[in-house]
Design a protein around this ligand. Structure first.
Ligand code: ZN
Length: 141
């Protein structure tokens, strides 16, 4: 069982991080704490400092990025909710044993040096759930 399931971030698909920041940063006053290209997901991400549960803006870097495909189908909007796990491999095995469908067979490199995977919405009540394991258990942000 996961101990104290914590929301790491909410991921929002956007066409342009710079355009989106006019609302999130200028309008709402959120600080951008981190920006990084995540090659495995073909996106640039910007993290907004919105407390323990951060806000992640994801901008596609390629038309075959999962985020580009999401925006094509559904438009900009909430893409996933990410939860921290202390041990991604063991969480993945437990979910697979339970019959859940994961997006990747193996953990993928995420931002901040994390390892990530996603649970398919069909196995998670219609929500794309990201699982995030940080390289250490300490807060890195
Ligand atoms: Zn994310």
């Amino acid at each position: 069982m996961l101990q104290s399931l914590t929301i790491d971030h909410v991921g929002i698909a956007v066409k342009s991080i710079d355009d989106s920041l006019k609302f999130w940063a200028t309008g709402l006053g959120a600080e951008t704490s981190h920006r990084e290209e995540v090659a495995s997901q073909k996106v640039i991400v910007a993290f907004l400092d919105t407390g323990q549960g951060k806000t992640e803006l994801l901008e596609p870097t390629s038309p075959d990025s999962p985020i580009a495909r999401f925006i094509d189908k559904k438009g900009e909007g909430i893409h996933h909710i990410a939860y921290r796990t202390p041990n991604l491999a063991s969480t993945m095995s437990r979910l697979i044993e339970d019959g859940a469908r994961l997006i990747y067979d193996k953990p993928q490199p995420g931002s901040h040096g994390t390892q990530i995977n996603f649970v398919h919405p069909a196995s998670a009540g219609g929500v794309l759930v990201e699982l995030v394991e940080y390289p250490t258990r300490e807060e890195l942000s």
